[in-house]
Design a binder for this molecule. Structure first.
Ligand code: XLS
Ligand code: NI
Ligand code: NI
Length: 444
């Protein structure tokens, strides 16, 4: 991939980032991410499918609920179309310098919303053309796009689950336009993150009706997408709360049950975000495992929460042990297919230099690359898999197997218990297994 410079160069002081290996002290180099390196028969680039997130890297101004923006970004100009073109140039220069093969965006990240449905539609069409030109010039592809159905005040009571039909239809107009943009750009997935799909109090909410509307809305989107030629995967991104008190897409199990109930599981998979998992009191690996077990792990929003803070801090991933556990799930299911690793992560508001954006991504990419190498070694050594296999061996033959095959009744189980007496006890060996994984995270 050659370095792309658009109409304007925004990161002129920063060269293309290359692999220099673990001994390098250069903060602007990869220590582990070596795109062409083969791991388990596939290049790192094809395993990891890294993606830049437009909203954090090119739209965020560093503001928080207590303070104004701190970032001054050279692409921010007043005219909305000029700003959109600047951001497109910034995104593609950034991704090509970092060797990120994908990007993701919300409709209103790419270009400010217009003052009517028609104006928003025509702006998105125009910016889609700009993005397409840049995709063709660089080979960088669209991992997914989505409609932002949570920022505008009209969505304060919900979008697809708003109690007001005029809001539901406004949301539909955004999804329709975003799907058209996706098809034009050859997007591999389309995401729904229901930031306002939930409630702040049960006292004013008809939860049953809202969930029915939610399913109807996703079904209409699915049907329209398929009709206009979207062949990729629809993804729902679970999150338990924030901004609402309760999100309907609480966690992987909840979303899987919902999609199956409404017959959407053939077209939809899950986009699992590390920090959303921890907000739901799960580990990142737990959410991945539950989605993978259901055959519905589609893609990943790579980030990290703060263990002391309860909110979605969206920090860049750096904790090797946790990311290795995550990559164990990904490798065990044979990869992410059309999904990827999208850096839904942001700089701290005091990290105001453009260089900080590069350094943050380098850290996350190196962490996932090293986790991939580590997880591959763990899988090849087979210590965990043979331990787990052995742990369930009582189901491999005899009555345990007949139980699994549905041949035994509850009375049969009772008779077995009588005959067998008190079960022998055995150790789960958790510390031994944890030590083994920790050791693999340090041993090269
Ligand atoms: C917010 C979500 C959001 C989605 C896309 O917490 O992570 O960024 O990924 O709407
Ligand atoms: Ni996300
Ligand atoms: Ni998030």
């Amino acid at each position: 991939m050659s370095t792309f410079i658009g109409r304007r160069e925004f990161f002129s002081g920063i060269p293309k980032i290359t692999y220099e290996g673990p001994e390098s002290d250069n903060p602007l180099s990869f220590k582990w991410y070596d795109p062409a390196r083969l791991v388990a028969g596939k290049s790192m680039e094809d395993h990891l499918r890294f993606s830049a997130a437009y909203w954090h890297s090119f739209c965020d101004d560093g503001s928080d609920p207590f303070g104004n923006g701190t970032f001054i970004r050279p692409w921010n100009v007043t005219d909305p179309m000029a700003k959109a073109e600047n951001k497109a140039d910034a995104c593609f220069e950034f991704a090509s310098k970092l060797n990120l093969p994908f990007y993701c965006f919300h409709d209103i990240d790419a270009v400010d919303e217009g003052s009517s449905v028609r104006e928003s539609e025509s702006r998105l069409r125009a910016v889609t053309g700009m993005l397409k030109e840049r995709q063709e010039a660089t080979g960088i592809r669209l991992l997914w796009n989505t409609a932002n159905l949570f920022s505008h005040p009209r969505y304060m009571h919900g979008a697809a689950t708003s109690p007001d039909f005029s809001v539901v239809s406004y949301a539909a107009s955004q999804v329709k336009a975003a799907l058209e943009s996706n098809v034009e750009l050859g997007g591999e997935n389309f995401v729904f993150w229901g930031g306002r799909e939930g409630y702040t109090t049960l006292l004013n909410t008809d939860t049953k009706r809202e969930l029915e509307h939610f399913a109807r809305f996703l079904t209409l989107a699915r049907d329209y997408g398929r009709n206009i030629g979207f062949t990729g995967t629809f993804l729902v991104e679970p999150k338990p709360m924030e901004p609402t008190k309760h999100h309907y897409d609480f966690d992987a199990s909840t979303v899987i049950g919902f999609l199956r109930h409404w017959g959407l599981d053939g077209d939809f998979k899950l986009n699992i975000e590390a920090n959303h998992a921890t907000l739901a009191s799960h580990s990142f690996a737990h959410e991945l495992r539950i989605a993978s077990d259901a055959g519905m792990l589609g893609s990943i929003d790579a980030n990290r929460g703060d263990p002391q803070n309860g909110w979605d801090t969206d920090q860049f991933p750096l904790v090797l042990y946790d990311v290795t556990e995550a990559m164990l799930v990904v490798l065990s299911q044979g990869g992410l297919g059309s999904g990827g690793l999208n850096f839904d992560a942001k700089l701290r508001r005091s990290s105001i230099d453009l260089e900080d954006l590069f350094i943050a991504h380098i850290g996350g990419m190196d962490c996932f690359a090293l986790a991939l190498i580590t997880a591959d070694r763990i899988i090849r050594e087979g210590v965990l898999s043979s331990f787990v296999k052995k742990r369930y061996r009582s189901f491999d033959d005899g009555p345990g197997r007949r139980f699994e095959e549905g041949e035994l009744t509850l009375e049969d189980l009772r008779d077995y218990a009588v005959e067998n007496g008190e079960p022998a006890r055995f150790s789960g060996r958790q510390e031994m297994l944890e030590n083994y994984v920790a050791h693999r995270c340090t041993a090269r």
